[in-house]
Design a protein around this ligand. Structure first.
Ligand code: ATP
Ligand code: MG
Length: 234
């Protein structure tokens, strides 16, 4: 579904992503793990067209998307849940969810999808009219995920959904991520929590200093001594 070849991202003279190759098959959940500054967010931003890649090709369902405008990307079926969530703080929960559907015009289906999101996250329903900026970090992460789903994406890009959240909230968020994946969603999951990411995914890539240094089945990576030493604190 997603085929990335030779992707490069640079900030001025700094090479953040140095020509990486990876792919995600339809219906797969794939983890991209690595330490601070490895280039994970830069990779997702390039995929979501929030920045221009310095080189390389990104094919999504057979189509080259590395030059598309960000809104065209949403229409093509890719939704990013950004690091730090990026909800609209002065809009209510319902308004944030409606914003997620801005590229759609099927009013009845949009209303039904909002109800579906409320089913996944009852907490959001209880607070439907609350300003998003006044919600807790975990609630904002739920909302960011819900908003991304409102575009009815074919693929989700998740940037550190567990960051800064209490364990119980992480559990709740990942329960929903697993549910969505089990319903057929294709997911690229960026996480510093390598254990959680690999336990949730089928395959994984390890990124270090802008390069992919290791890849394999998630279970194999979880038992790999190098991964255990570098990312699982052993
Ligand atoms: N806007 C920017 N301008 C200059 N350098 C940047 C910019 N954004 C990121 N970088 C640099 O690019 C490198 C990769 O950063 P990136 O945010 O992609 O890492 P990351 O793997 O997501 O890290 P983290 O786990 O901390 O989120 C880092 O060295 C970072 O300092
Ligand atoms: Mg990051």
């Amino acid at each position: 579904m997603l085929e990335v070849t030779g992707l490069r991202v640079a900030y001025g003279g700094i090479q953040a992503v140095r020509g990486i190759n990876f792919h995600v098959a339809e219906g797969e959940m794939v983890a991209l793990i690595g330490a601070n500054g490895a280039g994970k967010t830069s990779t997702l931003k390039a995929l979501a067209r929030l920045l221009n890649a310095a080189g390389g090709s990104v094919r999504f369902r057979g189509e080259e998307i590395s030059k598309l405008a960000p809104h065209a990307l949403v229409s093509a079926g890719i939704a990013l849940v950004p690091e730090g969530r990026g909800v609209f703080p002065r809009m209510s929960i319902v308004e944030n969810l409606q914003m997620g559907a801005y590229c759609r015009s099927d009013k009845d289906a949009i209303a039904a999808d909002i109800e579906h999101i409320f089913g996944l996250f009852p907490r959001l329903k209880e607070r439907a009219r609350q300003m998003a900026g006044t919600m807790s970090g975990g609630e904002q992460q739920m909302l960011a995920l819900g908003r991304a789903l409102m575009s009815r994406p074919k693929m989700l890009l998740l940037d550190e959904p567990s960051m800064g959240l209490a364990p119980i909230m992480v559990q709740k968020i990942f329960e929903v991520i697993r549910t969505v994946a089990s319903e057929g969603m294709t997911v690229l999951l960026v996480e510093q929590n390598a254990k959680l990411a690999l336990e949730t995914s089928q395959r994984g890539y390890v990124m270090e200093s802008g390069e992919i240094t290791l890849t394999g089945d998630a279970a194999d990576l979880l038992s790999d001594p190098k991964v255990r030493a570098a990312y699982l604190g052993e």
